[in-house]
Design a protein around this ligand. Sequence first.
Ligand SMILES: NC(=O)c1ccc[n+]([C@@H]2O[C@H](COP(=O)([O-])OP(=O)(O)OC[C@H]3O[C@@H](n4cnc5c(N)ncnc54)[C@H](O)[C@@H]3O)[C@@H](O)[C@H]2O)c1
Ligand SMILES: *[C@@H]1O[C@H](CO)[C@@H](O)[C@H](O)[C@H]1NC(C)=O
Length: 467
Amino acid sequence: MASPPDTSKTIKLERYNSYIRRLQLTKLLHSSSKLLFRATILIALVLIIVFTLNHPPLSDSSTTNPSDVGGVGGSIHHHSFLSTSLFSSSFSVGGGSWEKQVRHSATPRRPNGFSVLVTGAGGFIGSHCSLALKKRGDGVLGLDNFNSYYDPSLKRSRQKLLQKHEVFIVEGDLNDNALLTKLFDVVPFTHVLHLAAQAGVRYAMQNPQSYVASNIAGFVNLLEVCKTVNPQPSIVWASSSSVYGLNTQVPFSEMDRTDQPASLYAATKKAGEEIAHTYNHIYGLALTGLRFFTVYGPWGRPDMAYFFFTKDMLQGKKIDVYQTQDEKEVARDFTYIDDVVKGCLGALDTAEKSTGSGGKKKGPAQLRVYNLGNTSPVPVGRLVSILENLLNKKAKKHVIKMPRNGDVPYTHANVSLAYKDFGYKPSTDLATGLRKFVKWYMSYYGIDTRVKKESKLFNQHPDESGA
Ligand SMILES: NC(=O)c1ccc[n+]([C@@H]2O[C@H](COP(=O)([O-])OP(=O)(O)OC[C@H]3O[C@@H](n4cnc5c(N)ncnc54)[C@H](O)[C@@H]3O)[C@@H](O)[C@H]2O)c1
Ligand SMILES: *[C@@H]1O[C@H](CO)[C@@H](O)[C@H](O)[C@H]1NC(C)=O
Protein backbone atom coordinates (compact mmCIF):
# COMPACT_ATOMS: atom_id res chain seq x y z
CA MET A 1 0.00 0.00 0.00
CA ALA A 2 1.45 3.37 -1.00
CA SER A 3 1.95 5.79 1.78
CA PRO A 4 0.00 9.02 1.51
CA PRO A 5 1.88 12.11 0.32
CA ASP A 6 3.32 14.32 3.03
CA THR A 7 0.90 17.20 3.28
CA SER A 8 1.82 18.29 6.75
CA LYS A 9 3.66 21.39 5.54
CA THR A 10 0.85 22.74 3.43
CA ILE A 11 -1.61 21.94 6.20
CA LYS A 12 0.51 23.90 8.65
CA LEU A 13 0.58 26.82 6.25
CA GLU A 14 -3.13 26.69 5.77
CA ARG A 15 -3.68 26.55 9.48
CA TYR A 16 -1.46 29.57 9.89
CA ASN A 17 -3.36 31.45 7.20
CA SER A 18 -6.68 30.65 8.70
CA TYR A 19 -5.30 31.70 12.07
CA ILE A 20 -4.39 35.09 10.59
CA ARG A 21 -7.80 35.34 9.00
CA ARG A 22 -9.48 34.55 12.30
CA LEU A 23 -7.31 37.11 14.00
CA GLN A 24 -8.40 39.74 11.52
CA LEU A 25 -11.98 38.68 11.85
CA THR A 26 -11.78 38.90 15.63
CA LYS A 27 -10.31 42.37 15.35
CA LEU A 28 -13.03 43.35 12.95
CA LEU A 29 -15.68 41.88 15.20
CA HIS A 30 -14.14 43.59 18.16
CA SER A 31 -14.18 47.00 16.58
CA SER A 32 -17.62 46.49 15.12
CA SER A 33 -18.95 45.32 18.46
CA LYS A 34 -17.53 48.48 19.98
CA LEU A 35 -19.38 50.38 17.32
CA LEU A 36 -22.51 48.37 17.98
CA PHE A 37 -22.19 49.01 21.69
CA ARG A 38 -21.88 52.74 21.14
CA ALA A 39 -24.80 52.76 18.74
CA THR A 40 -26.91 50.85 21.24
CA ILE A 41 -26.13 53.36 23.96
CA LEU A 42 -27.02 56.17 21.58
CA ILE A 43 -30.31 54.55 20.58
CA ALA A 44 -31.16 53.87 24.21
CA LEU A 45 -30.52 57.51 25.08
CA VAL A 46 -32.68 58.71 22.22
CA LEU A 47 -35.45 56.31 23.26
CA ILE A 48 -35.30 57.51 26.86
CA ILE A 49 -35.53 61.12 25.75
CA VAL A 50 -38.42 60.39 23.39
CA PHE A 51 -40.20 58.52 26.17
CA THR A 52 -39.81 61.21 28.76
CA LEU A 53 -40.94 63.84 26.31
CA ASN A 54 -43.95 61.93 25.07
CA HIS A 55 -45.19 60.06 28.04
CA PRO A 56 -45.83 62.16 31.09
CA PRO A 57 -49.32 63.50 31.51
CA LEU A 58 -51.02 63.65 28.20
CA SER A 59 -53.59 65.24 30.44
CA ASP A 60 -56.66 66.01 28.49
CA SER A 61 -58.60 68.83 29.97
CA SER A 62 -62.11 68.60 28.69
CA THR A 63 -62.86 65.35 26.94
CA THR A 64 -65.58 63.15 28.22
CA ASN A 65 -63.83 60.08 29.30
CA PRO A 66 -63.88 56.50 30.41
CA SER A 67 -65.49 54.36 32.96
CA ASP A 68 -66.04 50.66 32.97
CA VAL A 69 -69.36 49.26 31.98
CA GLY A 70 -70.17 51.34 35.01
CA GLY A 71 -69.92 54.27 32.69
CA VAL A 72 -72.99 56.31 33.21
CA GLY A 73 -71.63 59.69 32.45
CA GLY A 74 -69.10 62.28 33.40
CA SER A 75 -65.45 62.75 32.84
CA ILE A 76 -62.14 61.97 34.37
CA HIS A 77 -58.58 62.55 33.38
CA HIS A 78 -55.99 60.12 32.47
CA HIS A 79 -52.36 59.77 32.49
CA SER A 80 -50.59 57.86 29.89
CA PHE A 81 -50.49 54.15 30.33
CA LEU A 82 -46.92 53.12 30.93
CA SER A 83 -45.79 50.77 28.26
CA THR A 84 -46.04 47.22 29.48
CA SER A 85 -42.73 46.49 27.81
CA LEU A 86 -40.94 48.37 30.54
CA PHE A 87 -40.98 45.37 32.78
CA SER A 88 -39.65 45.67 36.23
CA SER A 89 -37.07 43.08 36.98
CA SER A 90 -37.61 43.41 40.68
CA PHE A 91 -37.00 39.71 41.17
CA SER A 92 -33.41 39.76 40.02
CA VAL A 93 -32.51 42.29 42.68
CA GLY A 94 -34.61 40.34 45.13
CA GLY A 95 -32.50 37.42 46.14
CA GLY A 96 -32.96 35.46 49.34
CA SER A 97 -34.93 37.95 51.36
CA TRP A 98 -37.20 38.63 48.43
CA GLU A 99 -37.92 34.90 48.10
CA LYS A 100 -38.57 34.69 51.81
CA GLN A 101 -41.10 37.51 51.57
CA VAL A 102 -42.79 35.85 48.61
CA ARG A 103 -42.96 32.50 50.37
CA HIS A 104 -44.16 33.97 53.64
CA SER A 105 -46.94 35.88 51.93
CA ALA A 106 -48.09 32.86 49.91
CA THR A 107 -48.07 30.32 52.75
CA PRO A 108 -51.55 29.34 53.99
CA ARG A 109 -52.23 29.47 57.74
CA ARG A 110 -55.16 27.05 57.80
CA PRO A 111 -55.17 23.31 57.15
CA ASN A 112 -55.63 22.64 53.43
CA GLY A 113 -55.53 26.36 52.80
CA PHE A 114 -54.97 27.66 49.29
CA SER A 115 -51.92 29.35 47.99
CA VAL A 116 -53.26 32.01 45.64
CA LEU A 117 -51.52 34.24 43.16
CA VAL A 118 -53.72 37.34 42.86
CA THR A 119 -52.95 39.40 39.77
CA GLY A 120 -54.10 43.01 39.93
CA ALA A 121 -53.80 42.91 43.72
CA GLY A 122 -53.08 46.64 43.79
CA GLY A 123 -56.41 47.19 42.07
CA PHE A 124 -59.89 47.68 43.47
CA ILE A 125 -61.30 44.15 43.37
CA GLY A 126 -57.89 42.49 43.72
CA SER A 127 -57.07 44.24 46.98
CA HIS A 128 -60.42 43.31 48.52
CA CYS A 129 -60.14 39.67 47.46
CA SER A 130 -56.55 39.44 48.70
CA LEU A 131 -57.57 40.65 52.15
CA ALA A 132 -60.56 38.32 52.33
CA LEU A 133 -58.45 35.31 51.36
CA LYS A 134 -55.73 36.23 53.83
CA LYS A 135 -58.23 36.73 56.62
CA ARG A 136 -59.64 33.25 56.25
CA GLY A 137 -56.17 31.72 56.34
CA ASP A 138 -55.16 31.30 52.72
CA GLY A 139 -51.74 32.29 51.45
CA VAL A 140 -51.81 35.22 49.03
CA LEU A 141 -49.18 36.69 46.78
CA GLY A 142 -50.06 39.77 44.75
CA LEU A 143 -48.79 40.88 41.37
CA ASP A 144 -49.38 44.35 39.94
CA ASN A 145 -47.58 46.71 37.61
CA PHE A 146 -49.06 49.80 39.32
CA ASN A 147 -49.66 51.50 36.00
CA SER A 148 -50.97 55.05 35.91
CA TYR A 149 -54.29 54.47 34.13
CA TYR A 150 -55.69 56.05 37.27
CA ASP A 151 -53.98 57.66 40.26
CA PRO A 152 -51.23 55.17 41.21
CA SER A 153 -51.08 56.61 44.72
CA LEU A 154 -54.45 54.96 45.38
CA LYS A 155 -52.93 51.63 44.29
CA ARG A 156 -49.97 52.27 46.59
CA SER A 157 -52.32 52.95 49.50
CA ARG A 158 -54.07 49.65 48.88
CA GLN A 159 -50.64 48.03 48.77
CA LYS A 160 -49.81 49.50 52.18
CA LEU A 161 -53.07 48.19 53.57
CA LEU A 162 -52.28 44.72 52.25
CA GLN A 163 -48.74 44.92 53.60
CA LYS A 164 -50.21 45.49 57.07
CA HIS A 165 -52.01 42.19 56.68
CA GLU A 166 -48.85 40.49 55.47
CA VAL A 167 -49.84 40.30 51.85
CA PHE A 168 -46.89 41.09 49.62
CA ILE A 169 -47.43 42.52 46.14
CA VAL A 170 -44.68 41.87 43.63
CA GLU A 171 -44.33 44.76 41.24
CA GLY A 172 -44.26 43.38 37.74
CA ASP A 173 -46.11 42.86 34.51
CA LEU A 174 -48.25 39.96 33.33
CA ASN A 175 -46.16 39.86 30.18
CA ASP A 176 -42.95 39.22 32.08
CA ASN A 177 -42.58 35.50 31.49
CA ALA A 178 -39.35 35.18 33.47
CA LEU A 179 -40.92 36.83 36.50
CA LEU A 180 -44.04 34.63 36.42
CA THR A 181 -41.93 31.52 35.98
CA LYS A 182 -39.79 32.59 38.91
CA LEU A 183 -42.86 33.12 41.10
CA PHE A 184 -44.09 29.60 40.35
CA ASP A 185 -40.60 28.28 41.04
CA VAL A 186 -40.71 29.77 44.50
CA VAL A 187 -44.37 28.93 45.26
CA PRO A 188 -46.44 25.99 43.97
CA PHE A 189 -49.64 28.06 43.74
CA THR A 190 -52.83 26.01 44.02
CA HIS A 191 -54.93 28.83 42.54
CA VAL A 192 -54.62 31.94 40.45
CA LEU A 193 -57.15 34.73 40.85
CA HIS A 194 -56.49 36.73 37.73
CA LEU A 195 -57.90 40.23 38.04
CA ALA A 196 -55.17 42.32 36.41
CA ALA A 197 -56.42 43.97 33.26
CA GLN A 198 -56.78 47.21 31.42
CA ALA A 199 -60.26 48.25 32.48
CA GLY A 200 -62.46 51.10 31.29
CA VAL A 201 -64.62 51.23 28.20
CA ARG A 202 -64.03 54.62 26.64
CA TYR A 203 -60.29 54.79 27.31
CA ALA A 204 -59.91 52.09 24.65
CA MET A 205 -60.26 54.75 21.99
CA GLN A 206 -57.32 56.65 23.44
CA ASN A 207 -55.04 53.72 24.14
CA PRO A 208 -56.23 50.58 22.35
CA GLN A 209 -52.85 48.85 22.61
CA SER A 210 -52.94 48.77 26.39
CA TYR A 211 -56.04 46.54 26.17
CA VAL A 212 -54.34 44.15 23.81
CA ALA A 213 -51.15 44.12 25.93
CA SER A 214 -52.79 43.37 29.27
CA ASN A 215 -56.06 41.62 28.46
CA ILE A 216 -54.88 39.44 25.59
CA ALA A 217 -51.09 39.14 25.50
CA GLY A 218 -50.80 39.27 29.29
CA PHE A 219 -53.53 36.67 29.78
CA VAL A 220 -51.92 34.34 27.26
CA ASN A 221 -48.55 34.73 28.96
CA LEU A 222 -50.08 33.87 32.32
CA LEU A 223 -51.81 30.80 30.85
CA GLU A 224 -48.59 29.71 29.15
CA VAL A 225 -46.84 29.67 32.50
CA CYS A 226 -49.80 28.00 34.26
CA LYS A 227 -49.99 25.20 31.71
CA THR A 228 -46.28 24.48 32.04
CA VAL A 229 -45.91 24.31 35.81
CA ASN A 230 -46.39 21.23 37.92
CA PRO A 231 -48.92 21.05 39.46
CA GLN A 232 -51.02 23.33 37.30
CA PRO A 233 -53.07 25.79 39.35
CA SER A 234 -56.84 26.28 39.02
CA ILE A 235 -57.63 29.66 37.54
CA VAL A 236 -60.47 32.07 38.29
CA TRP A 237 -60.37 35.23 36.22
CA ALA A 238 -62.29 38.43 35.56
CA SER A 239 -64.32 38.65 32.41
CA SER A 240 -66.99 41.34 32.24
CA SER A 241 -70.68 41.95 31.75
CA SER A 242 -69.61 44.04 28.79
CA VAL A 243 -69.41 40.83 26.73
CA TYR A 244 -73.22 41.03 26.46
CA GLY A 245 -72.63 44.10 24.34
CA LEU A 246 -75.63 45.22 22.38
CA ASN A 247 -77.94 42.51 23.67
CA THR A 248 -81.39 43.84 24.50
CA GLN A 249 -82.93 40.80 26.12
CA VAL A 250 -82.66 41.13 29.90
CA PRO A 251 -81.68 39.82 32.36
CA PHE A 252 -78.40 38.72 30.80
CA SER A 253 -77.86 34.98 31.19
CA GLU A 254 -74.67 33.04 30.64
CA MET A 255 -76.06 31.20 27.63
CA ASP A 256 -77.00 34.41 25.81
CA ARG A 257 -75.00 35.40 22.75
CA THR A 258 -71.84 37.41 23.41
CA ASP A 259 -70.66 38.10 19.89
CA GLN A 260 -71.56 41.76 19.49
CA PRO A 261 -69.19 43.69 21.76
CA ALA A 262 -69.67 47.47 21.82
CA SER A 263 -66.09 48.35 22.79
CA LEU A 264 -62.56 47.10 22.35
CA TYR A 265 -62.54 46.45 26.10
CA ALA A 266 -65.50 44.11 25.71
CA ALA A 267 -63.89 42.47 22.69
CA THR A 268 -60.71 41.72 24.66
CA LYS A 269 -62.75 40.20 27.50
CA LYS A 270 -64.67 38.09 25.02
CA ALA A 271 -61.35 37.08 23.47
CA GLY A 272 -60.24 36.08 26.96
CA GLU A 273 -63.20 33.73 27.27
CA GLU A 274 -62.30 32.07 23.97
CA ILE A 275 -58.64 31.84 24.94
CA ALA A 276 -59.70 30.24 28.22
CA HIS A 277 -61.62 27.67 26.22
CA THR A 278 -58.51 26.86 24.20
CA TYR A 279 -56.19 26.41 27.18
CA ASN A 280 -58.80 24.30 28.93
CA HIS A 281 -59.21 22.16 25.84
CA ILE A 282 -55.56 21.66 24.97
CA TYR A 283 -53.80 21.70 28.33
CA GLY A 284 -56.44 20.70 30.88
CA LEU A 285 -56.37 23.95 32.81
CA ALA A 286 -59.42 24.39 35.07
CA LEU A 287 -60.76 27.86 34.26
CA THR A 288 -63.61 29.94 35.62
CA GLY A 289 -64.53 33.30 34.09
CA LEU A 290 -66.51 35.78 36.17
CA ARG A 291 -68.60 38.41 34.41
CA PHE A 292 -68.67 41.31 36.87
CA PHE A 293 -71.44 43.90 36.69
CA THR A 294 -70.37 47.48 37.63
CA VAL A 295 -68.61 46.79 40.90
CA TYR A 296 -68.42 49.68 43.39
CA GLY A 297 -67.44 50.37 46.98
CA PRO A 298 -64.67 51.61 49.28
CA TRP A 299 -61.21 51.73 47.66
CA GLY A 300 -63.01 51.85 44.30
CA ARG A 301 -61.89 53.06 40.92
CA PRO A 302 -61.71 56.82 40.26
CA ASP A 303 -62.62 56.32 36.60
CA MET A 304 -66.09 55.05 37.43
CA ALA A 305 -69.16 57.27 37.54
CA TYR A 306 -70.17 56.81 41.19
CA PHE A 307 -66.62 57.81 42.17
CA PHE A 308 -66.16 60.92 40.06
CA PHE A 309 -69.76 62.03 40.58
CA THR A 310 -68.93 62.11 44.28
CA LYS A 311 -65.76 64.06 43.65
CA ASP A 312 -67.35 66.55 41.25
CA MET A 313 -70.46 67.07 43.36
CA LEU A 314 -68.32 67.84 46.40
CA GLN A 315 -66.49 70.41 44.31
CA GLY A 316 -69.73 71.93 43.09
CA LYS A 317 -68.96 70.92 39.52
CA LYS A 318 -71.41 69.94 36.82
CA ILE A 319 -71.82 66.22 36.19
CA ASP A 320 -72.73 64.66 32.86
CA VAL A 321 -75.67 62.31 33.21
CA TYR A 322 -76.29 60.08 30.25
CA GLN A 323 -79.50 59.29 28.48
CA THR A 324 -79.94 56.57 25.87
CA GLN A 325 -80.37 57.56 22.22
CA ASP A 326 -84.16 57.23 22.62
CA GLU A 327 -84.07 59.43 25.71
CA LYS A 328 -84.49 56.70 28.26
CA GLU A 329 -82.49 56.57 31.44
CA VAL A 330 -79.24 54.65 31.46
CA ALA A 331 -79.25 51.96 34.14
CA ARG A 332 -76.64 49.72 35.73
CA ASP A 333 -76.76 46.60 37.82
CA PHE A 334 -74.43 48.09 40.47
CA THR A 335 -72.82 45.35 42.53
CA TYR A 336 -71.29 45.98 45.93
CA ILE A 337 -67.69 44.89 46.39
CA ASP A 338 -68.34 42.59 49.38
CA ASP A 339 -70.86 40.62 47.33
CA VAL A 340 -68.37 40.31 44.49
CA VAL A 341 -65.65 39.15 46.89
CA LYS A 342 -67.96 36.41 48.16
CA GLY A 343 -68.57 35.40 44.57
CA CYS A 344 -64.84 35.24 43.82
CA LEU A 345 -64.17 33.11 46.89
CA GLY A 346 -67.13 30.89 46.02
CA ALA A 347 -65.70 30.36 42.56
CA LEU A 348 -62.27 29.53 44.00
CA ASP A 349 -63.77 27.12 46.53
CA THR A 350 -65.67 25.19 43.87
CA ALA A 351 -62.87 25.22 41.32
CA GLU A 352 -61.70 21.73 40.48
CA LYS A 353 -58.06 20.84 39.97
CA SER A 354 -56.50 21.30 36.58
CA THR A 355 -55.84 17.94 34.95
CA GLY A 356 -52.70 18.53 32.94
CA SER A 357 -49.09 18.03 33.85
CA GLY A 358 -45.83 18.68 32.10
CA GLY A 359 -47.72 20.87 29.67
CA LYS A 360 -49.93 17.92 28.60
CA LYS A 361 -53.62 17.36 29.19
CA LYS A 362 -54.46 14.18 31.09
CA GLY A 363 -58.23 14.43 31.02
CA PRO A 364 -61.14 16.84 30.69
CA ALA A 365 -60.97 19.85 33.02
CA GLN A 366 -63.53 22.22 34.41
CA LEU A 367 -64.51 25.23 32.28
CA ARG A 368 -67.07 27.67 33.66
CA VAL A 369 -68.41 31.18 33.28
CA TYR A 370 -70.68 33.05 35.73
CA ASN A 371 -72.46 36.36 36.03
CA LEU A 372 -71.72 38.18 39.27
CA GLY A 373 -74.22 41.03 39.44
CA ASN A 374 -76.76 42.45 41.83
CA THR A 375 -79.92 41.55 39.84
CA SER A 376 -81.48 44.98 40.31
CA PRO A 377 -80.56 47.66 37.79
CA VAL A 378 -80.66 51.25 39.03
CA PRO A 379 -81.12 54.27 36.75
CA VAL A 380 -78.35 56.86 36.91
CA GLY A 381 -80.79 59.46 38.15
CA ARG A 382 -81.38 57.36 41.22
CA LEU A 383 -77.61 56.95 41.73
CA VAL A 384 -77.28 60.73 41.68
CA SER A 385 -80.13 61.32 44.13
CA ILE A 386 -78.67 58.79 46.58
CA LEU A 387 -75.35 60.65 46.38
CA GLU A 388 -77.11 64.01 46.84
CA ASN A 389 -78.58 62.64 50.01
CA LEU A 390 -75.35 61.20 51.36
CA LEU A 391 -73.27 64.26 50.50
CA ASN A 392 -76.00 66.66 51.48
CA LYS A 393 -75.42 68.50 48.25
CA LYS A 394 -77.49 69.20 45.16
CA ALA A 395 -75.97 67.93 41.93
CA LYS A 396 -75.63 70.19 38.92
CA LYS A 397 -76.87 67.71 36.37
CA HIS A 398 -76.02 68.07 32.74
CA VAL A 399 -78.18 65.57 30.90
CA ILE A 400 -76.77 64.48 27.56
CA LYS A 401 -77.17 61.63 25.13
CA MET A 402 -74.73 58.83 25.74
CA PRO A 403 -72.04 58.97 23.08
CA ARG A 404 -71.89 55.83 20.99
CA ASN A 405 -68.39 54.95 22.02
CA GLY A 406 -68.59 51.79 23.99
CA ASP A 407 -71.06 52.08 26.82
CA VAL A 408 -74.25 50.10 26.73
CA PRO A 409 -77.59 51.55 27.87
CA TYR A 410 -78.59 48.89 30.35
CA THR A 411 -77.21 45.95 32.31
CA HIS A 412 -79.03 43.40 34.41
CA ALA A 413 -77.59 40.11 35.61
CA ASN A 414 -79.25 36.76 35.95
CA VAL A 415 -77.17 35.17 38.71
CA SER A 416 -79.10 31.93 39.20
CA LEU A 417 -76.18 29.87 37.91
CA ALA A 418 -73.73 31.28 40.48
CA TYR A 419 -76.38 30.81 43.15
CA LYS A 420 -76.89 27.18 42.17
CA ASP A 421 -73.16 26.35 42.00
CA PHE A 422 -71.76 28.28 44.97
CA GLY A 423 -74.62 30.00 46.73
CA TYR A 424 -73.90 33.46 45.34
CA LYS A 425 -76.53 35.82 46.69
CA PRO A 426 -75.92 39.58 46.52
CA SER A 427 -77.23 41.27 49.64
CA THR A 428 -76.26 44.95 49.45
CA ASP A 429 -78.54 47.52 47.83
CA LEU A 430 -77.11 50.61 46.18
CA ALA A 431 -78.04 53.04 48.98
CA THR A 432 -76.37 50.87 51.62
CA GLY A 433 -73.27 50.28 49.52
CA LEU A 434 -72.89 53.92 48.53
CA ARG A 435 -73.14 54.98 52.15
CA LYS A 436 -70.10 52.80 52.87
CA PHE A 437 -68.31 54.17 49.83
CA VAL A 438 -68.91 57.80 50.79
CA LYS A 439 -67.76 57.12 54.33
CA TRP A 440 -64.52 55.65 53.03
CA TYR A 441 -64.11 58.49 50.51
CA MET A 442 -64.42 61.18 53.17
CA SER A 443 -61.95 59.52 55.45
CA TYR A 444 -59.46 58.54 52.74
CA TYR A 445 -59.29 62.04 51.27
CA GLY A 446 -59.46 63.64 54.69
CA ILE A 447 -62.64 65.56 54.07
CA ASP A 448 -64.27 66.99 57.15
CA THR A 449 -67.97 66.52 56.45
CA ARG A 450 -69.02 69.36 58.70
CA VAL A 451 -66.56 71.92 57.40
CA LYS A 452 -66.39 70.49 53.84
CA LYS A 453 -62.99 71.61 52.70
CA GLU A 454 -63.27 69.95 49.33
CA SER A 455 -60.60 71.97 47.62
CA LYS A 456 -58.01 70.53 49.96
CA LEU A 457 -58.50 67.12 48.49
CA PHE A 458 -57.38 68.12 45.05
CA ASN A 459 -54.28 69.84 46.24
CA GLN A 460 -53.30 66.73 48.09
CA HIS A 461 -53.85 64.52 45.10
CA PRO A 462 -52.66 66.39 42.07
CA ASP A 463 -52.97 63.27 39.94
CA GLU A 464 -56.69 63.64 40.01
CA SER A 465 -56.79 67.36 39.54
CA GLY A 466 -58.81 68.91 36.82
CA ALA A 467 -61.36 66.13 36.62
N1 LIG B 1 -64.88 47.16 38.59
C1 LIG B 1 -65.79 46.75 37.72
O1 LIG B 1 -66.91 47.24 37.71
C2 LIG B 1 -65.49 45.65 36.74
C3 LIG B 1 -66.51 45.24 35.88
C4 LIG B 1 -66.25 44.21 34.98
C5 LIG B 1 -65.00 43.62 34.94
N2 LIG B 1 -64.00 44.04 35.78
C6 LIG B 1 -62.69 43.37 35.71
O2 LIG B 1 -62.29 43.02 37.01
C7 LIG B 1 -60.87 43.08 37.12
C8 LIG B 1 -60.48 43.97 38.28
O3 LIG B 1 -61.04 45.25 38.05
P1 LIG B 1 -60.83 46.48 39.03
O4 LIG B 1 -62.09 47.27 39.00
O5 LIG B 1 -60.29 46.02 40.32
O6 LIG B 1 -59.74 47.30 38.20
P2 LIG B 1 -58.36 47.96 38.68
O7 LIG B 1 -57.87 48.73 37.51
O8 LIG B 1 -58.55 48.68 39.96
O9 LIG B 1 -57.42 46.71 38.94
C9 LIG B 1 -56.63 46.11 37.95
C10 LIG B 1 -55.18 46.11 38.42
O10 LIG B 1 -54.40 45.39 37.47
C11 LIG B 1 -53.17 46.06 37.29
N3 LIG B 1 -52.68 45.74 35.94
C12 LIG B 1 -53.20 46.13 34.76
N4 LIG B 1 -52.50 45.62 33.74
C13 LIG B 1 -51.49 44.90 34.28
C14 LIG B 1 -50.43 44.13 33.75
N5 LIG B 1 -50.25 44.04 32.42
N6 LIG B 1 -49.59 43.51 34.60
C15 LIG B 1 -49.75 43.62 35.94
N7 LIG B 1 -50.75 44.32 36.51
C16 LIG B 1 -51.61 44.96 35.68
C17 LIG B 1 -53.47 47.53 37.47
O11 LIG B 1 -52.35 48.27 37.89
C18 LIG B 1 -54.58 47.51 38.52
O12 LIG B 1 -54.06 47.73 39.81
C19 LIG B 1 -60.38 43.58 35.77
O13 LIG B 1 -60.03 42.46 34.99
C20 LIG B 1 -61.59 44.26 35.18
O14 LIG B 1 -61.54 44.27 33.77
C21 LIG B 1 -64.22 45.05 36.68
C1 LIG C 1 -81.49 32.61 34.35
O1 LIG C 1 -80.49 31.66 33.99
C2 LIG C 1 -80.90 30.31 34.14
C3 LIG C 1 -79.73 29.43 33.76
O2 LIG C 1 -78.64 29.70 34.57
C4 LIG C 1 -82.10 30.01 33.27
O3 LIG C 1 -82.53 28.69 33.48
C5 LIG C 1 -83.21 30.97 33.58
O4 LIG C 1 -84.27 30.78 32.65
C6 LIG C 1 -82.73 32.42 33.49
N1 LIG C 1 -83.78 33.29 33.92
C7 LIG C 1 -84.20 34.34 33.20
C8 LIG C 1 -85.29 35.14 33.81
O5 LIG C 1 -83.73 34.63 32.13
